[in-house]
Design a protein around this ligand. Structure first.
Ligand code: SF4
Length: 330
């Protein structure tokens, strides 16, 4: 990927369900009670899709293995009402609807098996799973899915299946700096074997009210700078480093090697960080000037050139991508 530009994508963010088997100490997304739990129904999804504006990406996020969560009966009943029996089958249906409406899906549904990845592969332009960290942390003591072995295994399977993949690390959840270095090296090692990583997100922890880590301080900006600098030194140049512009100041991190700002949405909020609105496109341009901003698709140009996408989404990619594999400007 050319470093001539700083890239971003335009998405709609669909939280498929907030029922989750894990209980991370920093999370406000997971439903803590039956009253707070939801599954986004097909009709609600269509209402969002019909007002997608200029979005080209449908970002699907969900709690991990809701079928195994303590609110599993709520989840299972809601999904059965919609005509499905699992998170993956239901989300696949939403992906197909998204494609019919001109959106390229990107699913991040937590840890998935090889069979589940295979089921979703052809209806996704790319998929994702934050590694978060290779360290064992107190923040994850009630989260079996945050076992780094499971997460690295899924990233590896995605590589074997040739799925363009997004991963990343969380900074400030109790890890040491050497843990972050170890996490980045683990990502690098998987990429060297399979070539599947398109971007690595460096995401700062921000404390959320009513969570166990509410009184924990977020990482200092100079710590963020150190990690971005280290990531650029460790990761191969073809992997973009992404910093979320609603959670950190991007320009100084771009100077240190970040080159992507992730997805922003005009129509939907960041359900994982609901207190942090995304900047608009023009605001982003001003924030990062004189660096030039370019829109990309949820699949990076390199993977378009390599043909790592299915028949199901090929028409959309041809419609949207210019000769460099970025979003057409007209
Ligand atoms: S951060 Fe993700 S995995 Fe952890 S509890 Fe929240 S939704 Fe579940």
């Amino acid at each position: 990927m050319s470093r001539k530009y700083v890239t971003f994508s335009k998405n709609i963010f669909i939280p498929v369900t907030n029922v989750c088997r894990n209980a991370c100490d920093y999370c406000v997304f997971k439903a803590r009670s039956r009253e707070a739990a939801y599954v986004t129904g097909v009709q609600d999804f269509l209402n969002v899709v019909q007002h997608k504006g200029a979005a080209t990406e449908a970002l699907f996020s969900a709690g991990e293995h809701p079928e195994l969560a303590y609110l599993s009966s709520f989840f299972n009943n809601r999904v059965i009402e919609e005509g499905f029996t699992s998170l993956v089958a239901y989300t696949k249906n939403l992906c197909e609807i998204a494609i019919q409406h001109g959106l390229l899906p990107h699913c991040n549904l937590g840890v998935l098996s090889r069979d589940e990845l295979k089921e979703l592969r052809d209806v996704n332009a790319s998929m994702g799973l934050m590694l978060e960290t290779t360290a064992e942390l107190a923040a994850h003591k009630n989260s079996p899915g945050k076992d780094p072995t499971l997460r690295l295994k899924m990233i590896e399977e995605a590589g074997k299946l040739k799925i363009p993949f997004t991963t990343g690390i969380l900074v400030g959840i109790g890890e040491e700096q050497e843990d972050s270095i170890c996490s980045l090296n683990a990502i690098k090692s998987l990429h060297e074997q399979y070539g599947q990583i398109q971007e690595v997100i460096i995401q700062p922890f921000l404390p959320k009210q009513s969570t166990a880590m509410w009184s924990t301080k977020p990482p200092r900006f100079d710590e963020m700078k150190e990690i971005v600098r280290a990531a650029r030194a460790i990761l191969p140049d073809e992997i973009a480093i992404q910093v979320p512009p609603n959670l950190t100041a991007p320009k100084e991190l771009i100077v240190l090697g970040a080159s992507d700002l992730g997805g922003i949405s005009e129509r939907t909020i960041d359900y994982i960080n609901p207190e942090s609105p995304w900047p608009g496109e023009e605001e982003l341009r001003r924030k990062i000037a004189p660096f030039e901003l370019r829109e990309r698709l949820p699949i990076y140009p390199r993977f378009i050139k390599k043909g790592w996408y299915s028949e199901e989404i090929s028409q959309l990619i041809e419609r949207y991508a210019d000769e460099d594999g970025l979003m057409r400007e007209e």
